[in-house]
Design a protein around this ligand. Structure first.
Ligand code: ZN
Length: 287
């Protein structure tokens, strides 16, 4: 505990991808098959823009290059509403499945597409499914080479699919201090990190637990929280993918019907700004 007042401005982020593009569905829905799905990402993201406008929220939108190519007007609306546009890769390939060369191509292609459509420079990146790991420690170098300045690609937790449990929990730098890494937020209890920055955990836990954990980060750690969610999480009416295994099914569909209500509480309980706004001092120091 400290005598400092709590941090009250946190960073809001959205990973802009459609419901059938999530990593957990990779073995059920091939990328070749994406074009056969009726997309819902535009409608759902427009709803998010409306909610953010109502609650005076500014956010970083980590957007797939694929989304920019297929929904250019949506990307323009995100930028014209004053949000920060960043890359979530081209077509949601996890960095763990890419060579350095393939990753560099993915980064360049998504950056070029997002910039061309939006007319703004894109310097932020979030790896699909937080797939920066110990094994691909080269990833921050490749990111810098491709013209990016910040990343939010590490989850400092133990998880069956991703994470670097002993990574620093807060803003830190790689590649001669030139890339600022902003890990997704965790709260530390008895020397173990627990996720409290959104995703399935936010849908699973009661709202009060999430709020307690974020308050704890703001008050005890004196750090902003970085929260993330997806457009498909506020869409309980999305078509169901058949024959999923039980764990995937639970993780994707659990409490979708409560998400928008919970999210509205969260938007109202804190001040939310983009990553470059919340970390402006750290970014200036890096540049
Ligand atoms: Zn994603």
């Amino acid at each position: 505990m400290t005598d400092h007042p709590s941090v009250t401005t946190n960073a809001m982020t959205v990973d802009v991808e459609d419901y059938f593009q999530v990593s957990a569905f990779e073995s059920y829905v091939s990328r070749e098959n994406w074009k056969n799905f009726a997309g819902r990402v535009e409608e759902n993201t427009d709803r998010i823009l409306e909610l953010f406008d109502q609650h005076d929220v500014k956010a970083t939108f980590f957007t797939l290059g694929w989304v920019a190519e297929n929904y250019p007007e949506l990307v323009k609306r995100i930028v014209s509403a004053g949000h920060d546009l960043a890359s979530h890769g081209w077509d949601h390939k996890r960095v763990t499945n890419l060579s350095e060369k393939e990753f560099a191509e993915d980064l360049k292609k998504s950056k070029a597409s997002l910039e061309q459509v939006s007319g703004t420079e894109v310097t932020g990146y979030r790896a699909p499914s937080y797939s920066f790991t110990r094994e691909n420690a080269w990833s921050h170098h490749v990111l810098l080479e491709a013209g990016y300045h910040y990343s939010s690609s590490i989850a400092p937790i133990k998880h069956d699919l991703y994470g670097i449990p002993d990574a620093p929990r807060f803003a830190h730098r790689y590649v001669d201090e030139r890339i600022l890494e902003l890990p997704i937020t965790t709260t530390r209890i008895f020397s173990k990190n627990y996720p409290c920055g959104g995703g399935g955990w936010f849908r699973l836990y009661p709202y009060a637990v999430s709020k307690w954990a974020i308050d704890r980060v703001n008050r005890n750690d004196q750090e902003p929280a970085i929260f993330y969610f997806h457009p498909w999480e506020i869409d309980p009416g999305q078509p169901r993918i058949n024959n999923l295994d039980a764990k995937t099914k639970f993780r994707h569909y659990q409490n979708l019907g409560q998400m928008e209500r919970k999210l509205i509480r969260l938007l109202g309980d804190y001040t939310w700004r983009t990553i470059p706004e919340v970390y402006s001092a750290e970014m200036a120091a890096a540049a």
